[in-house]
Design a protein around this ligand. Sequence first.
Ligand SMILES: [Zn+2]
Length: 173
Amino acid sequence: MERYFLPYHLEILSRAVEVSEDIVSDSFGLTTDYWKKNPFEVKTLLQEKIKKIPENAYAHLSKYENTPFLKAFGSDIKSIYKIVIFDPRVLRATMGISHIIEPFLIYVIAHELIHILRFSRFECCVNLDEKTREEEIVHKLTNSTLKKVKIPHLSEVIDYFEGKIETLHPSIN
Ligand SMILES: [Zn+2]
């Protein structure tokens, strides 16, 4: 039986979205309307079914065009990025410990926001064989960005994603 986010986890998620947006905006000097021009939404697996979940991933990023009335001209075209959080995996990795879930989600979301940033600036590689390289770049940028901020337990989460520790131990408090 998979466990999904409960309402209180969704509150943590919504806080984590705000915090990661602020961190990425500050760190990359984004204008205040940047995320209005490049909107994104965050869903969980319970809200959004995904057929193939890649191994070792905690989220999936996709993009769709929001053109409900086929007014597909100029500024009427708005791409919306969609981040789907694999909540059962997040719960497993964090052992469901609330104060670890928040920095963990901040990390995962910041990573996806940096992907969006690079997409929107055409800095990223789109070829399939360049995907791994892009992943490495985003991984490094995420770590260096998050190392600059002070958030409880974020450093453990960074160590975890950098492979320095194997588990987020429950004794961390
Ligand atoms: Zn990625």
